[in-house]
Every structure is written in C-alpha cells, then in structure tokens.
Ligand binder design. Structure first.
Ligand code: AMP
Length: 210
C-alpha cells in the first residue's frame, strides 16, 4: 500500500488541477517539483537562484538539483505511504533515480495535443493564497478573488514553446519507459475539466483495487 503515483503530461495538461482530486481520494500528499522550485525562488535560496535561470527560459532544471530535492522530500514522515508526484520525473535519469528510492504503483498520463496547450497556458492564472489554478476562459475564478490572481512568469507564449520543446525531447520518452514497465495509464486530457477528473479518478480507483 506504500506506492507512489506519478502524474505525467505536457505543461498545461491539467496535472496541478487534477492533483487535488487524487490527494482527496488517496490521502497521498502532492509533491510538485515546480511548486518546490518556485518556493525556493521566492525564498531567494542559492538553489532557487540557480533554478530560476532555467525556469525563466523554459528549460529543465538539472537532474542533480531535482533528485536532491526529491530525496530530501521523501524523508519527511508524510511520504511514508507514498506520494503523488506532479511534474516529476521529467527525464529518464530522474525516473531511474526515483526507481531506486521509491515504489511507483502507477503513472497517469494526461494527453493533450500541442495546439491546445498554448491557449491553456497563456490564459492560466493562479490564486497565490490557495495555489488554486484557473483559466480566464475555461475555468474562470469567482469574481471576488479575481483581482488577486497572478500569472506565472513562465506562462508566456514564447516560454511555452521552449517548455513544449523540452517536453518532447526530454520528457515524452518517459511514457514508453513506464509503459514497458506496465505502469502507464493514458487519459484524454483534451475534454472538459470534470470529464478529465472522472477519467483520472477511474484510473486511480483501478490502481487502488489492484
Ligand atoms: P511546472 O510547474 O511543473 O510546470 O514546472 C515549472 C518549471 O520548473 C519547469 O519549466 C522547469 O524549468 C522546472 N521543473 C519543474 N519540475 C522539474 C523537473 N522534474 N525536472 C526539471 N525541471 C523541472
């Protein structure tokens, strides 16, 4: 029962949006390397300053930094029964390192075509108080919190193109890697948020009953 789940997919696939549902269902804490890096940037740590250069350019942060973050995170007591990885692993070396320190019980891949991604990311907004994610068209925030929403610095069209390029060259090959290990569950992410959520929930329940 101590396995971890990986939420996999391109930037803007809806991983962060769907993570809450999996957390509610499984009780496993969400471990988002993107959130951890943004917290390090905000706290102005040495690692945060190093990571920021890559993030602002839409490039992947070096594996050694990411693996160090994850190793440390998994020593915390709430990780004992597995976690929900969101945005990690993003390279084959990261997946190989993860396989040495944790059991991955399933990889839920949310598939969205490139041409839908730019529109999703450029319209994405975040509530800095709760971390909740909205979209100006597809998932508008309640009007009373609208004025406090922020846009991520790397959610511009130019940076999205670089992030998609990094995804296709470095991250997408992981789908085959996990599929060969019998762990990949693919979901159509190009449908309304609730339908994606239902499909994600079905995949998680199937994993839990195994
Ligand atoms: P995300 O919030 O998951 O879209 O991550 C934002 C940015 O943080 C990415 O564009 C990368 O620069 C960096 N990042 C997050 N997770 C990873 C990872 N597992 N490996 C490398 N870079 C990452």
């Amino acid at each position: 029962m101590g396995g971890s789940i990986v939420l996999f997919g391109p930037p803007g696939a809806g991983k962060g949006t769907q993570a809450g549902r999996i957390v509610d269902l499984t009780g496993k804490p969400q471990v988002s390397t993107g959130d951890m890096l943004r917290a390090a940037v905000k706290a102005d740590t040495k690692m945060g300053a190093e990571a920021k250069v890559y993030m602002d350019a839409g490039l992947l942060v070096p594996d050694s930094v990411i693996i160090g973050l994850i190793e440390e995170r998994l020593t915390q007591s709430d990780a004992i029964n597995g976690v929900l990885f969101d945005g990690f692993p993003r390279t084959i070396p990261q997946a190989e390192s993860l396989a040495k320190i944790a059991v991955v019980e399933s990889v839920i891949s949310i598939e969205v075509p490139d041409d839908a991604i730019v529109e999703r990311i450029v319209g994405r907004r975040m509530d800095p108080e709760t971390g909740d994610i909205y979209h100006i068209t597809f998932n508008p925030a309640p009007s009373e919190i609208e004025s406090r929403l922020i846009q991520r610095k790397d959610d511009t069209e130019e940076t999205v193109r670089a992030r998609l390029e990094a995804y296709h060259s470095q991250t997408a090959p992981l789908a085959a890697w996990y599929s060969e290990r019998g762990l990949l569950l693919s979901i159509d992410g190009n449908q309304p948020i609730d339908s994606v959520g239902d499909a994600v929930e079905g995949a998680v329940r199937a994993t839990m009953s195994n």
